[in-house]
Write a protein that binds this ligand. Sequence first.
Ligand SMILES: *Cc1c(COP(=O)(O)O)cnc(C)c1O
Length: 377
Amino acid sequence: MEIHPKITPIYQTSVFKFEDLNELELYFGEPGSRYLYSRNGNPNSDELAEALTRLEGGAGAVATGSGMAAIFAALMTYCAAGDHVLCAADIYGGSSSLLNQELSRLGITVSYVPFEELTTNLAAYMQPRTRLLLCETISNPLLRVADLRAAAEATHALGLKLVVDNTFASPVITRPFEHGADLVMHSVTKYVAGHSDVTAGAVVARTAEDAARLKQLGTLFGLTLSPMESWLAVRGLKTLRLRMEAHCRNAQAVAELLARHPAVGEVFYPGLPQHPQHALAAAQGAGQFGGMVSFRLADDTTEAVSRFMRASQRFPFAPSLAGVDSSLSYPAGTSHRALSEEQRQELGITAGLVRLSVGIEPAAELLLDLQQALDKK
Ligand SMILES: *Cc1c(COP(=O)(O)O)cnc(C)c1O
């Protein structure tokens, strides 16, 4: 009996069988023709990697056990002991902790570049062994939008690589390779998988050479993703385009409500005309601005945040993002907890800053909930 499943089944196996030694030789002689061992490659993780490669327009990818593993693999693609990296100051807290606490032990050092200088003043941060710039398409948590084309030109002019964390935008909104990026990484945990039920990551390379290096890093550091998680992520990815449309539509409505409400001091959303990179975001994002909205309460205190959290029914506190269900996070207490109070102030992460991950529920329900939670004083 021949079986023709419409959907790739879950190859829940750690290893694959071989008929004879000829077949073993074919595995090594014709790379990609067979599977040997799931850490090295599995049909489900390859399906995820290939889908993301297509979506981002790259040459190849590795699916990893988390977004952190993806950042690690991305940095190790270009760096060795003694190297130096530039990192946008507005960066996911885990990325800066990885650089500060772990890669420093391997002899890889970092300098942080303020957002305003990413495209204009990189040379001032250069060292003899600077290799790359790491930045995010849309930053966490203040939703600043990096000018990727200008960043690519600035990095390449200095002989550096541009590594872009495209988690907040997703390839539906921005495809960093089109703007000159060398590597694009995702926390697949977020929009790509999209249902808050998978932890995974991926790095996509622009060149076949970098893709081969990523494959080796995944295999030798053991960063690769399991069949089941890969399968879930592939299923999620199939609705990415539809979900992003709903996330963006709802987030725009939420941002507009927040901007009108007297209990809100400041709103951060690239879709608002007053956002400093609104025009860039519109051009780079094909008119879509993402599902993340941050805001500062007029009463910029932890007490005011707690009151808001207790009053809201539709935005449960859950320190992640990008699921189909809305949630709320508190950057000062979670993603940016490792920073000093002074560093947080510098980045604008104050006591009253709240980050919303706007889901795909009916917009009216979300707006009603936010209105009543903000009205309660
Ligand atoms: C969550 C996140 C990561 C880390 O991904 P994990 O899947 O949690 O390991 C990296 N970058 C950004 C922008 C993120 O939001």
